[in-house]
Ligand binder design. Structure first.
Ligand code: SF4
Length: 237
């Protein structure tokens, strides 16, 4: 059984290589990290586990197809850290019904079923998160997804995160790198008023774009969180 926090959509992917792509999200429960700016603590902290459901692979596939009106769609596996779950049977059951799967994880738990994904987004957490990646394990995640479309993503809140992203790019020039502006609403102690959220997000975006231009660093794709611009922090998007 798979611990599921929420299944929602269709909406669009708001981040990374598939930004703007119609998708249904399956958010799983539990995470081995505790990032300072986590925006999905309801899918991380054990005190929320009572509200999570235990679903079989077939039950998840049926819910996804009910939401999509029976039309095959991209499924975005998110969390928490979805690599904590045994998702191989879900990938097999979904593929048999025409679904495709992307998964985002920080790269802390290699899984042999990564090779059955269509897309893998590895997002090692930068210094502002308070977490420190284990690069040997991160490499093992890359190795376990041989043949899958892999891209890297770094959420950038500050200059130290930017330097972290540059070091990652130097280590792995073979993968596309996406830089994403940090959501100003997290951590909540420093959040702007909801009415100021989009303006603050785009101010951070301008800072990041200007930083790349100043450094003549043209390889990454730089993105805000599209779903935050469109819907703020409203759940379900
Ligand atoms: S890895 Fe992701 S889900 Fe886990 S604590 Fe960090 S931001 Fe939250």
């Amino acid at each position: 059984m798979i611990r599921v926090v929420e299944i929602f959509g269709p909406t669009v992917q708001g981040e990374g290589a598939l930004i703007g792509r119609p998708t249904v999200f399956v958010r799983t429960g539990g995470c081995d990290y505790r990032c300072t700016w986590c925006d999905t603590l309801y899918a991380v902290l054990p005190e929320h586990a009572a509200s999570w459901r235990s679903l079989s692979a077939d039950e998840i596939v049926e819910e996804v197809l009910a939401l999509s009106g029976g039309t095959p769609i991209l499924v975005s596996l998110s969390g928490g850290n979805p690599a904590m779950q045994k998702l191989g049977p879900l990938l097999a059951a979904g593929r048999a019904r025409g679904l495709r799967f992307s998964l985002e994880t920080q790269g802390s738990l290699p899984r042999d079923w990564f090779r059955d994904l269509d897309y893998l987004f590895l997002s090692p957490k930068p210094p502002s998160s308070g977490e420190t990646p284990d690069w040997e394990i991160f490499q093992a995640c890359l190795d376990s997804a041989a043949g899958v479309a892999i891209s890297l993503k770094v959420t950038v809140f500050d200059a130290a995160d930017y330097d972290f992203a540059r070091a990652l790019a130097a280590r792995h020039p073979e993968f596309d790198l996406y830089l994403q502006v940090g959501n100003p609403s997290f951590p909540p102690e420093t959040a702007p008023e909801p009415a100021d959220l989009a303006g603050e997000l785009m101010a951070r975006y301008r800072w990041l774009v200007e930083r790349l231009a100043r450094d003549r660093w043209y390889a990454p794709t730089v993105l805000p969180q599209l779903h935050v611009l469109a819907w703020g922090n409203t759940p379900g998007h």
